[in-house]
Design a protein around this ligand. Structure first.
Ligand code: NDP
Ligand code: MG
Length: 391
């Protein structure tokens, strides 16, 4: 039996992960499920998966969950508070940790899993963006491994040689595909008027609110460029982004001999989730088969840098001193939240991101504490910008 903790179990990735695990009860057991405050959904998941531990970081929500579980005589232990995420990520009985909390809030638990030598199934790309070097160091020291869940990075891993020592010599570059989101064709001078509902209506993928907005601004691809840099050890000039509106080719690798190897599939996160869980084997995911004749055509185009300035910010951040990626991520988290609360306009998100990256809070960021301090400072500055733009 392989034992799994699912962080962010009530979210889009968490729910899809449990759907895959439910197909393989003979192979996987759930040790812990963790979320922030969604009592009803976590209760339903506890009924189905009977985890040893359930975490809600919000204390009031955790005590409501505890009462409900007690009333139903379900013997799951309930923990609350952010440190509980780390506890269930590093528990000795756990083999794999699905890191599917959204935002930098997932970082400490990702690090804890890495240090404890777990297999870290990383959906929470913000962990790598904020603390790529620290997370890789923790994996080396802990003896753990990271398997990306992000569909593009799963595709790259599937398209690279199994022998990692061949990556630097055989690979010319990697190409991350991007759908272009809902506003690929929308007149640029109308982007100011975009509503949260429009931004969250992704043409191909059904996802949580934050990553949906990130897809609409293409900050999602920006974060993924940084993620790819750390996962695959690729310098920025060996990472390319290509718009592919059908989201069927999930990414590809260009080899030095002119070969291109890509991974294709339906836009369904159960495929990369099943790949991560079973890696390096394969198992059923529940995702529908790809019927290329039904898809009919696959289109590709270069991204429009003026419409999607976030991509340029990612490449700039990678060339700046350490900490710049953490600044970009913190600014973006604040800006996206303010947009979802209708305090700022859609186009203000990139204004805030660009301003804060240019303001460049420097300082040492080789420890988690220093990074958290940088994250806090940047959030405070971004909140000031939001207040001014909202006035
Ligand atoms: P959702 O918003 O759907 O879910 C977020 C999950 O995280 C929920 O379980 C939520 O709990 C929990 N959560 C949020 N904040 C906290 C916190 N402070 N402490 C503990 N738990 C918290 O997000 P997604 O599933 O869409 O995305 C999760 C991660 O996966 C993101 O990093 C995203 O970029 C990445 N990803 C997502 C993809 C997708 O298809 N959705 C694709 C590729 C990557 P609660 O419900 O209680 O609020
Ligand atoms: Mg992705």
């Amino acid at each position: 039996m392989n034992v799994v903790t699912v962080l962010g179990s009530t979210g889009s990735i968490g729910t899809s992960t449990l759907a895959v695990l439910a197909l393989h009860p003979d192979r996987y057991r759930v040790h812990a499920l963790a979320a922030q405050r969604n009592v009803d959904k976590l209760l339903a998941q506890c009924r189905q998966f009977r985890p040893a531990v359930a975490v809600l970081t919000d204390p009031a929500a955790a005590s409501r969950l505890q009462q409900q579980l007690h009333a139903e005589a379900i013997p799951t232990e309930v923990l609350s508070g952010a440190p509980a995420l780390e506890a269930v990520a590093q528990a000795p009985e756990v083999d794999q940790v699905m890191a599917a909390v959204v935002g930098a809030a997932g970082l400490a638990a990702s690090l804890a899993a890495a240090r404890a030598g777990k297999r870290l199934l990383l959906a929470n790309k913000e962990s790598l963006v904020v603390a790529g070097d620290l997370l890789l160091q923790a994996l080396r020291e802990g003896g753990g491994e990271i398997v990306p869940i992000d569909s593009e990075h799963s595709a790259i891993l599937q398209s690279l040689p199994a022998d990692r020592s061949r990556w630097p010599s055989d690979v010319r570059n990697i190409v991350l595909t991007a759908s272009g989101g809902p506003f690929r064709r929308r007149a640029a001078d109308t982007l100011d008027a975009v509503t949260p509902e429009e931004a969250c209506a992704h043409p191909n993928w059904s996802m949580g609110a934050k990553i949906s907005v990130d897809s609409a601004t293409m900050m999602n691809k920006a974060l993924e460029v940084i993620e790819a840099h750390y996962l695959f050890g690729m310098a920025p000039d060996r990472i390319e982004v290509l718009i592919h509106p059908q989201s069927i080719v999930h990414s590809m690798v260009n080899y030095r001999d002119g070969s291109v190897i890509a991974q294709l599939g339906q836009p369904d996160m159960r495929t990369p989730i099943a790949y991560g869980l079973a890696y390096p084997e394969r198992m059923a995911s529940g995702a529908p088969w790809l019927d290329l004749a039904a898809v009919g055509r696959l289109d590709f185009e270069r991204p429009d840098a003026s419409r999607f300035p976030g991509l340029g910010l990612a490449f700039a951040a990678l060339r700046m001193p350490a900490g710049a990626c953490a600044v970009l991520n913190a600014a973006n988290e604040v800006a996206v939240d303010a947009f979802l609360r209708r305090r700022i306009r859609f186009t203000d998100i990139q204004r805030i991101n660009a301003d804060l990256l240019a303001a460049g809070s420097a300082g040492p960021c080789d420890t988690l504490d220093a990074l958290f301090e940088l994250d806090r400072e940047t959030r405070a500055l971004a909140q000031e910008r939001v207040a001014r733009l909202a006035a």
